[in-house]
Design a protein around this ligand. Structure first.
Ligand SMILES: Nc1ncnc2c1ncn2[C@@H]1O[C@H](COP(=O)(O)OP(=O)(O)O)[C@@H](O)[C@H]1O
Ligand SMILES: [Mg+2]
Length: 283
């Protein structure tokens, strides 16, 4: 098998609502995989199935080679999860929150200080979790996911609702876990995040994966969307298709001295998603 996470034809409906329709994934060890899709696409549902919190209707998922329907408590220690419905104890301090986790996983208390340091919460060890900023709360949730030093991390929209600086801090934590050889399964509805972090990305739309691969490779496949952006001396910009048909206009703009700079713009994942689905990705 060899894959860290593999799924074969996962389907799941809630009543009449078919949320996942034949999901096929192959995620190698040490990779950051990003599941990208708009709100309601089924991202959280898939994470719940992969981590054994929810049963699929058909198909199978294997996490570290084990069927997700047969994960034991010991197996679960090998992965860390952050998601919205895994709350923190607001009245307990950061340290006390992690003490609870350490107890569950049978991890020594010495680990708590180390993990707090790793996520940058040493100074907030005694702060009640309810008093933390949004970014710090995410750090605490990550600290909890890191406690058992798991091989696989499932992070459900870890930067949702964070300002760019806080999000960047979380990105760095995720990347340092990758450097330590961890496999990271991440969901996001921001294409910029996927482009920045992910080795591979799947675009999920209406229960199906509509594109799969490295972000740059996906974007290259949609290269017909490449545009030329021409900045004019009068301060305005115009965009032309990157094609032979634009040559006359460009020659004229250069000849008349009106073109100041010309750039090519590659399509980004957001543009690709729009083309595939007719929908915008960002909420
Ligand atoms: N427990 C549930 N019961 C009924 N419908 C659900 C349940 N969980 C999720 N859904 C529906 O499944 C769809 C996908 O939800 P979700 O997996 O949370 O999407 P995402 O995480 O991509 O925003 C939505 O239409 C949602 O309303
Ligand atoms: Mg979700």
């Amino acid at each position: 098998m060899g894959y860290s996470i593999m799924t074969d034809g996962i389907t799941k409906s809630f009543g009449e609502n078919k949320v996942l329709d034949g999901i096929e994934l192959k995620i190698s060890g040490g990779e950051i995989f990003g599941l990208l899709g708009p709100s309601g696409a089924g991202k959280t549902t898939l994470i719940k199935i992969l981590t054994g919190q929810l049963r699929q209707d058909s198909g199978a998922a294997f996490i570290g080679g084990i069927d997700s329907r047969r994960l034991s408590g010991e197996d679960r220690r090998r992965f860390g999860i952050t998601m919205d419905n895994f709350g923190v104890y607001e009245r307990l301090s950061c340290y006390e929150n992690l003490k609870v986790t350490a107890g569950i996983y049978g991890v020594g208390k010495a680990e708590i200080g180390k993990v707090l340091g790793k996520v940058g919460l040493s100074d907030a060890a005694k702060t009640p979790a309810g008093k933390l900023s949004k970014g710090m709360t995410v750090r605490l949730k990550l600290a909890r996911a890191f406690m058992s030093d798991p091989d696989i991390l499932f992070l459900d929209e870890p930067t949702s609702g964070l300002d760019p600086v806080s999000a960047d801090g979380i990105h760095r934590l995720i990347l340092s876990e990758k450097e330590r050889g961890k496999t990271i399964f991440l969901t996001t509805h921001t294409m910029a995040e996927a482009e920045k972090l992910c080795d591979n990305t799947a675009l999920l739309n209406e229960g199906r994966i509509v594109e799969y691969g490295a972000p740059e490779a996906i974007c290259r496949r949609y290269d017909h969307q490449r545009m030329l952006k021409i900045h004019l001396t009068d301060g305005t910009d115009i965009e032309l298709p990157h094609s032979r048909n634009s040559a006359g206009t460009i020659a004229e703009l250069i000849g008349s001295g009106r073109a100041e700079t010309i750039h090519t713009t590659e399509p980004d994942l957001e543009t690709v998603f729009m083309e595939l689905t007719g929908k915008e990705l960002s909420a």
